[in-house]
Design a protein around this ligand. Structure first.
Ligand code: FMN
Length: 390
């Protein structure tokens, strides 16, 4: 292996070593039944382990039933849900990859239809109830809907805050008990913890709102509580929206402050995404249910500067994400010191063997030793063709 290729250098965080710097970004599949993983989840996540990503995150797993985005979201609010994930965890480990789980609470962005359901994503209505057991009452820092036409959430009171915090802690314990070795707290994209941070979601006048300190208080308490519930050798990540990108919203300077505070309570890596507070859906569908991409105009690496700034100024590890497509692009991000890890979403769904193809493109492991041994014949044949063409 070529030592100078950073993408394939292992990274040790606490006592956990990731075999390379390629991370499968959390990717909702809207395919769970009662929060339980189904064969699709095994097929989906195991593919990335066969492709040799260093760290394979599950999609956002809801820590409470009311914290699901849709009725089809993965859950981790029961032991049964955790157990359903055990075979996936074991398979990922069998491929020498590290299994990770994203813990999430949708807050006021919950109780919606899956993007590929006609009319989705949009708030569930009573008409959906027969199929979906919905809509349900969503919760938030303040009783503010995401935007017109969305559910009006209930503002969490003191007891409600404690319940949610405990749900994160219980979910973390369950995830660790079935073998997940990295946890990520979802504090981005307008979901519950992000809506506490942003002045556009949090208009409380008590100790859980107001100035930056007040708005950070609940997410930081959740992070500290989850950290305390995890074994010391397991890393904790937090995904944040580094900017709201809206007038009067959360700014990059706020993220620098937050990232430093997250590091203080034991968060090892800040995963730098952006946006989502205003409810503009990331994915839309036309009237026939055909998905339309809302973010196709975003340029490659558009969020990398956020990871770079936080890594330089907040004393925390960072993960870059967002339209990272080419192996050399990923390598350049790491070589420039912009991030410690790169997370890839859509490109990995398009090519789950991306890490192996990237290794080849970057001149690492020309003998294809990284491939699953069961596929040796296929890769030998490729090597043979390459030799013949030289
Ligand atoms: C189908 C789909 C589902 C997603 N689900 C999640 C999720 O569960 N949690 C999350 O934090 N981000 C989620 N995202 C955002 C991705 O993790 C990632 O940040 C985004 O797609 C940008 O990276 P990419 O350009 O490599 O796809 C999702 C994105 C897609 C396309």
């Amino acid at each position: 292996m070529t030592a100078s290729v950073k993408l394939f250098e292992p990274l040790t965080l606490r006592g956990t070593t990731l075999p390379n710097r390629i991370v499968v970004s959390p990717l909702c599949q809207y395919s769970a039944v009662d929060g339980l993983a189904v064969p699709w989840h095994f097929a989906h996540l195991s593919t990335f382990a066969r492709g040799k990503a260093g760290l394979v995150f599950t999609e956002a797993a809801a820590v409470e039933e009311r914290g699901r985005i849709t009725p089809d979201c993965l859950g981790i609010w029961t032991d049964e849900q955790a157990e359903a994930l055990r075979p996936i965890v074991e398979f990922i480990e069998s491929q020498d990859c590290v299994p990770g789980m994203q813990l999430a609470h949708a807050g006021r962005k919950g109780s919606t239809r899956a993007p590929f359901v006609p009319k989705g994503p949009s708030p569930l209505t009573a008409e959906d109830a027969a199929e979906a057991g919905a809509p349900w009452l969503t919760v938030a820092p303040s009783a503010l809907p995401v935007t017109d036409g969305w559910h009006v959430p209930a503002a969490l009171d003191e007891a409600g805050l404690e319940t949610v915090k405990q749900a994160f802690v219980d979910a973390a314990r369950r995830a660790v008990a079935v073998g997940f070795r990295v946890l990520e707290l979802h504090m981005a994209h307008g979901y519950l913890l992000h809506s506490f941070l942003s002045p556009l979601g949090n208009q409380r006048e008590d100790a859980w709102g107001g100035d930056l300190e007040g708005r950070m208080r609940f997410p930081l308490e959740v992070a500290a509580a989850v950290r305390a519930a995890m074994p010391d050798q397991l890393p904790l990540f937090a995904r944040i929206s580094a900017i709201d990108g809206r007038e009067g919203g959360w700014q990059l300077e706020d993220s620098v402050t937050l990232a430093a505070r997250l590091a203080e309570v034991g968060v090892d890596v800040v995963d730098c995404s952006s946006g989502g507070i205003g409810g503009a859906p990331r994915f839309r569908s036309d009237d026939s249910g055909k998905p339309l991409s809302a973010d196709s105009a975003r340029a490659p690496g558009f969020q990398v500067p956020f990871a770079s700034r936080l890594r330089a100024e907040a004393g925390v590890g960072t993960m870059a994400v967002g339209v990272i497509i080419d192996p050399q692009q990923a390598e350049d991000i790491l070589q420039a010191g912009d991030a410690d890890l790169v997370a890839i979403g859509r490109e990995l769904m398009y090519d789950p063997f991306w890490p192996l193809h990237a290794a080849e493109a970057l001149g690492v492991d020309p003998d294809y030793r990284m491939w699953p041994k069961q596929y040796a014949w296929a890769v030998d044949r490729r090597a043979q063709i390459k030799r013949l063409n030289q």
